[in-house]
Ligand binder design. Structure first.
Ligand code: MF3
Ligand code: CO
Ligand code: CO
Length: 274
């Protein structure tokens, strides 16, 4: 890198917002509400429910709690959630098609509360799920956890990506490279980009007050994806299963805190509702 480039890079790093206590409180509230919205869907993630119905339920929940789904009319997107089933990697659109026994579906919701964004997604198993699908969800959940454990001041965004990639590939899975986590706060998709692959030491240094998502998409087959003609739905090229979990986190003095933990304890399937 030349000197001029180095200076530009510094400026870019400097442009990552360091949030204070007011933002922390506001993001806690937004993150918690988004997680509660996903909790609310657990009993509906069963064979026969349409993803359109899940979308309506989230919109009602949001409006009842003085929140707005951030994806509504975002860059032409028309729904309150993304519903990504089986080989759909992300940005699947709710439709009139019912969920089927054995499906695995990621539901991704971003709620704006008092101007602040809480962004989280989870996998749901519909009815009886195959062992390989269950294993993929376990690996993806663990990959997110390991990424979160790499969040502390002095590490870089590359430590997060490396932790996720090393683990996922060790489990004979692949990491999608076409989509990444992102800074957020009052802006939905902000700096920094959080790649889910890479090398420890790459990317900007993490500092207390940075807020971003980590949202690895992990495939059972190859990492390659394509976006369908609708302009949104991303699918695996080999049509193998893909899974994703997402949390919003803040860097603290000693590590990090997760804003989007499930109040009901529904962080990872199977969700036992008694
Ligand atoms: N919630 C998704 C994320 O994690 C973004 C969805 S963008 C949409 O960043 F436009 F597809 F809705
Ligand atoms: Co996100
Ligand atoms: Co999201």
């Amino acid at each position: 890198m030349s000197n001029v480039e180095a200076t530009r890079a510094l400026t870019r790093d400097g442009a990552i917002k360091l949030h204070g206590p007011d933002a922390f409180r506001a993001m806690h509230k937004a993150g918690r509400l988004a997680a509660q919205a996903l909790d609310m869907l657990v009993p509906y993630a069963v064979p026969g429910t349409t993803t359109e119905r899940l979308d309506e339920l989230i919109l009602e929940f949001a409006l009842d709690h003085k929140a707005i789904p951030a994806t509504l009319n975002y860059r032409g997107y028309r729904h309150s959630i993304c519903t990504s089933i089986n080989h759909v990697v992300c940005h699947g659109m709710p439709s009139a098609k019912p969920l089927r026994d054995g499906d695995i579906v990621n539901i991704d919701v971003t709620l704006i509360v008092d101007g602040w964004h809480g962004d989280t997604s989870r996998m749901y198993g519909v009815g009886n799920v195959s062992r390989r699908a269950e294993r993929l969800m376990d690996v993806t959940y663990r990959a997110l956890q390991l990424g979160i454990e790499a969040v502390k001041p002095g590490n870089t965004t590359g430590h997060i990506g490396a932790a996720i990639q090393n683990y996922a590939e060790g489990e004979r899975c692949s990491v999608v490279e076409d989509f990444c986590g992102h800074g957020l706060g009052q802006v939905f998709h902000d700096r920094p980009n959080i790649l889910h692959y890479g090398k420890a030491g790459d990317g900007p240094v993490l500092k207390p007050g940075m807020i971003f998502t980590i949202e690895p998409m992990i495939n059972l087959g190859k990492k390659d994806v394509k976006v369908l003609a609708d302009g949104w739905t991303a699918v695996t090229r080999d049509r193998e299963l893909s899974a994703q979990f997402e949390h919003t986190v803040v860097v603290t003095e000693t590590g990090c805190e997760i804003f989007t933990l499930s109040p009901a304890g529904f962080d990872k399937p199977p969700y036992n509702i008694g």
